[in-house]
Design a protein around this ligand. Structure first.
Ligand code: ATP
Ligand code: MG
Length: 768
């Protein structure tokens, strides 16, 4: 074990890491090492006697959790790090809820509804209640229900809450409480929880079952939370349930980076932390290790303009660096060219990889022009967010089959596949099934299994079709216990008829759909491989679904995808860093967004968001705005963002025509209009996350049963002492071979990732 890692911290960071006499709050500006403190604190807790399974660390993305785990493994050894409870609030609580589902009247294989599922369910309920979607916008209804859950308000609590009901009445949506009640029941009938439920039910579980809470309190002797400024009331309350008694809690955050109030995050959680945990020791970190002095000073001068904040001094001892470049473009298309030319220019002058560049924007829609310009210039890029892989139709179809297999009560998935591929079960029949299910307080599946018992008026032909569908699903279900996600998943794809349906279509899109499904199969394989490598046996289809339901934007990242320019929204860039950052679309009504105009609070949040954007940059930061932009199908004239004026001009390199604060030159845009129009084409599909296919997989076919010196695999002989190159863990040496067939395993000692046991069937490595 290495114990010199504490030397990699400055004095204040070390003090925060070593403090263990009560609650602690590390509050500090961007790039000052908060996440680093959390990581090292965990390593230190482990080396001072805490067991990994007694530590709970909650992070903002799964990717951040993985990176922290890998770092800790390097410091204290892989074995010590393996059993840490580390992940996002949602993934950790989903795991707890699966284990404790029965206390809440759920099956442990409950489905997790994504936002689209939950919206679709709200739509059905509105329809059944005869409410017009124009008066009751599904998105608004969804947001109110979500808000209620994030404040731990149940349907009954909502109906009894005068304020909420009055607000609904004032906006002419008095029936929301009824919709909420029905939505709640329907999710339960479908054995489904939406994202907010994962928090709400955890809180309910602990609230109603003190014995269960006592068990988890005993288990999680130390609780750590990153990005605490973006926790909502529900998250904050669960943390309090767990840590309120023993008070072994350390949270880190930056009030200046609170950017999720629209999702119910409450900046007060961090501002009042010391009131809730009265003996809190507060640590402040002031040195920024990420960015040049200029970038840090520019960011300081910006955030000073906010009223509500904890004052902090942040400084950098890195080089002074270049001023922040501000670019003015005539049009959004020209903005794309300017940014891409600047990337080329920087690459000529410095030793930068493409992945050293990030283009950050306020809204997803802005990515398209950059995408096209990058593509035209033959530059590799990767977009995070937007229409993610798992949101595509063919993928959602396949996943719906998986979901019904695991949980046949899942209403949204059921509706998706009951007649896909077409099997002659029309909307009328589905309508009858839904009606019978709602009337009898049961699931659609139960009605399907016994149509007569529910007096479904269908003819014999339809009856047969329903039974065939049931048998198909049951045949998949039979394999749930014996098969892993990869085995059963590939079987479902083959037998559901989806592949045949896609093959039958000769359009070019069909090819890309096939590729996407192949990609999904790769994903299933990777999932099993990764879990096995981590020493876990949770590789069932249900585990897989749980995993993909909780993927966040950043998680689709694959370490091995090579150097690519990164495109993402500022929101998803939180916590990350890049050598060069472009913040684009710096215009009024875009950044800050038009909604912020009326509310000082919202305007401050937009400013914090801009602060997050600038502070991602290590070496160079550029801001750009366009005078004209094609939005909502028409040309708009833009004014440079007020935020550009919030930064002290001494840190900026302004364009000659310094348009900031000047009148807009409308004429200049006229000539570009046509050009812009031509560029507007439907959004191209986001590049699928591709896996390198050049690495050969060492497959199964060993004949040995016990430990062996060598093993025959389909690609040749594998021997103890041989060196291998693994896709994820790098170079390593085979130290042991055992098992046979599907269970053939190799133990590998990796140079940087410690010792791991890999199941050969899934392992992705080449012998060198
Ligand atoms: P953010 O607010 O953006 O989440 P943060 O406060 O969590 O930032 P980190 O990401 O932990 O900051 O650290 C920023 C960068 O500075 C990282 O690259 C980290 O490795 C580096 N760093 C932090 N502390 C030190 C240190 N004492 N010595 C050298 N590098 C450091
Ligand atoms: Mg951080």
């Amino acid at each position: 074990m290495q114990d010199n890692y504490l030397e990699e911290l400055n004095e204040s960071q070390r003090a925060a890491v070593l403090y263990n006499d009560g609650p602690s709050l590390v509050i500090a500006g961007a790039g000052s090492g908060k996440t680093r403190v959390l990581t090292y604190k965990i390593a230190w807790l482990l080396s001072s006697g805490y067991r990994a399974s007694n530590i709970l660390a909650l992070t903002f993305t799964n990717k951040a959790a993985r990176e922290m785990k890998e770092r800790i493994a390097r410091q204290v050894g892989a074995e010590a790090a393996r059993y840490l409870w580390m992940g996002t609030f949602h993934s950790v609580f989903a795991r707890i809820l699966r284990a404790e589902a029965e206390h809440l009247g759920f099956n442990s294989r409950f489905t997790i509804y994504d936002s689209a599922d939950s919206k679709s369910l709200i739509r059905s309920i509105l329809k059944e209640m005869g409410l017009d979607e124009k008066a009751y916008k599904p998105g608004t209804v969804q947001a109110r229900i979500s808000n209620a859950k994030n404040h731990l308000v149940s349907p009954a609590g909502y109906a009894a809450n005068k304020e909420a009901c009055e607000a609904d009445a004032a906006t002419k949506m008095p029936a929301i409480r009824e919709v909420y009640q029905r939505y709640w029941e329907r999710c339960r009938q479908a054995g489904a929880m939406d994202f907010d439920d994962l928090l709400f039910y955890t809180w309910i579980l602990f609230q109603k079952h003190p014995d269960v809470l006592a068990r988890y309190r005993e288990q999680f002797r130390y609780v750590l939370v990153d990005e605490y400024q973006d926790t909502n009331y529900a998250q904050h309350s669960i943390v309090q349930q767990l840590a309120g008694e023993h008070q072994h809690i350390c949270v880190v955050g930056d009030d200046a980076q609170s950017i999720y109030s629209f999702r119910g995050a409450d900046i007060d959680n961090i501002l009042y932390f010391t009131k809730i945990y009265p003996n809190t020791r507060v640590f402040k970190l002031e040195q920024n290790y990420r960015s040049t002095q200029t970038i840090v000073c520019a960011a300081n001068s910006l955030i000073e303009k906010n009223q509500r904040q904890i004052r902090k001094e942040v400084f950098s001892e890195k080089e002074r660096g270049e001023a922040i470049g501000v670019f003015q473009a005539y049009s959004d298309v020209e903005e794309g060219d300017i940014v891409i030319n600047k990337i080329k220019d920087l690459r000529r002058r410095h030793d930068y990889e493409y992945s050293d560049f990030a283009i950050l924007y306020r809204t997803n829609a802005q990515s398209r022009i950059f995408e096209e310009t990058l593509r035209k210039n033959g530059m590799p890029y990767k977009i995070y967010g937007g229409l993610s892989f798992y949101q595509r139709k063919e993928i959602k179809d396949v996943v719906a089959y998986f979901r019904v297999t695991v949980n046949p009560a899942d209403e949204e998935a059921f509706k998706r596949i009951i007649n896909y591929p077409a099997r002659g079960i029309g909307d009328t029949t589905l309508g009858k099934i839904i009606e019978a299910a709602t009337g009898n307080n049961t699931s659609l599946w139960n009605v399907l299994c016994d149509p007569l018992a529910y007096q479904l008026s269908i003819n014999k032909g339809t009856h047969t079709k329903l039974q065939e569908f049931r048998e198909l699903i049951e045949s998949f279900r039979d394999r749930l216990v014996t098969d892993n996600a990869y085995q059963i998943g590939t079987d479902i794809i083959r037998r559901s008829g989806i592949m045949t349906d896609i093959h039958a279509d000769n359009s070019p899109e069909s090819l890309s759909r096939q590729e996407n499904i192949e990609e999904l199969v790769n994903g299933l394989q990777d999932f099993c491989a990764l879990r096995m490598e981590e020493g876990s046996t949770d590789i069932s289809l249900s585990d897989y679904l749980s995993d993909i339901a909780l993927l966040t934007d950043q998680d689709s990242d694959k370490d091995n995808e090579g150097a690519k320019v990164v495109l993402m929204t500022v929101h998803s860039a939180k916590g990350l860093e890049f050598r060069n950052v472009f913040v684009v679309g710096m215009e009024e009504n875009l950044f800050p967004g038009s909604m912020a105009g009326d509310s000082p609070r919202a305007m401050e949040e937009e400013r914090r968001l801009f602060y997050v954007a600038i502070t991602r940059a290590e070496e160079h930061c550029y801001l750009s705005y366009a005078r004209t932009r094609f939005r909502y199908g028409k040309m708009e004239f833009g004014t440079p963002s007020r935020f550009l004026r919030d930064i002290d001009t001494c840190f900026l390199d302004l364009p000659h025509e310094a348009g900031i604060g000047h009148k807009v030159d409308e004429g200049a845009a006229r000539f570009r209009k046509e050009e812009v129009r031509q560029q507007i084409r439907p959004r191209a599909q986001v590049i699928a996350p591709t896996l390198p296919r050049n690495l050969k997989k060492v497959a199964n076919s060993s004949t040995e049963n016990q430990s062996a010196q060598s093993m025959q695999t389909s690609l040749g002989e594998l021997r103890v002492g041989q060196n291998i190159q693994h896709e994820r863990f790098g170079m390593g040496e085979v130290t042991k071979l055992e098992g046979s067939g599907d269970n053939a395993k190799a133990t590998i000692r990796f140079r940087h990732a410690g010792e791991k046991q890999l199941l050969l069937r899934f392992a992705r490595f080449t012998v060198i």
